[in-house]
Design a protein around this ligand. Sequence first.
Ligand SMILES: *Cc1c(COP(=O)(O)O)cnc(C)c1O
Length: 401
Amino acid sequence: MDDLDFNWHTENAVSPLINVSGTMTGLGASVVAPEIIAATAAAMENFVSIHEAQAQASEVITELTGAEAGFLTASASAGITLSVAACMTGLDPARAEALPDDTGARNQVVVQAGHLCGYGAPVAQGVALSGARVRPVGQSTLCMDHQIEGALGEATAAGLFVVSHHVVHYGQCPLTRFAELCHAADVPVIVDAASEYDLRGFLDAGADLVIYSGHKFLGGPTAGIVAGRRDLVRAAYLQNIGIGRGMKIGKESIFGAIAALRAWQRRDHAAHRAREAEALEIWQRALSGIDGVTALVVPDPTGNPLDRLQVDIDVATFGVGAGTVARALGERRPAIIVRNHEVELGYFQLDPCNLKPGQAEAVAKALQEVLSAPGQLSAREGDIEIARNGSITAYMQWGAA
Ligand SMILES: *Cc1c(COP(=O)(O)O)cnc(C)c1O
């Protein structure tokens, strides 16, 4: 572990940690490559016309997505709100200024009930911030064509389609069909693809606007990317005179996001994937031969080219459950933060994206130390519930005297 550098953490008096949970807002989303940091830093010492900067962003976004136009905002979450607003106001500044109170008559957003997930905040609230109302369709685990057709009408501003491991993964209307139904009713389709690697597929499948995070797989500074039909992109950008002001992106993040998109264009994706596979192998080896522990490489649930290691723990054999092991790893120094979304099902996952040199080995060593001595682990009340309620507990405790 000597080769691991946590000097920055020490200097800034924050806890050292290794993130094997994924691109989490609560952990700082992603680590940013030097050339992207340099682009961000260089922008800081200059004035610039933001419209010009955003026009450059549009250029690189269109190159990568095939869209007619694009722009940058504070986050993907902001992108959802601004995209919905665009579908209500068009390129009309008076109507943009009137949001969120006066939305006009087309103010409903049709969403499959199974897509109404949370990503740290409810997607429905991202819609509602614009003044629009969510019109859920179907039930959580089943959405039929006629239900979507029946919901689309004079009051519909947009159809929203969410791509995420958080949404229900069966019984949902696929994007191509959802877009056909929306377009037949002359309704534009917004796709929230915040966490997806595929920069073209959703537009090809019928999206009119698609939203990505700049700080997730792209490894840029905090930003949201909106791409799609020129008229809608322009209308979404116009919202900066109104509700978009609180969601603004600064010059540093614009130039950082442009650099991140360029880096993505040049990146040796195969080499990157091979390094991730190597980490999974190291971890799988570290876990082999431990009674009650099964480690399996699993694909990403939304089809991103990213595998994770799923560590199943059989309580009866091992003695304690996945929630307890996840907590024990998180209590080490440096803390090993695993992906614990589904610990109540008996497993946690290890995500290899964004590892720094030496971290894969450090995680393997920690896994071995923690899992080879189950006798030293004891279950605590809340080991499972913390995956569900922990984020709120942290908010409720923060800043308390
Ligand atoms: C992460 C995420 C968001 C929010 O992205 P931010 O850029 O952090 O605001 C929205 N939707 C989905 C599906 C996400 O995974």
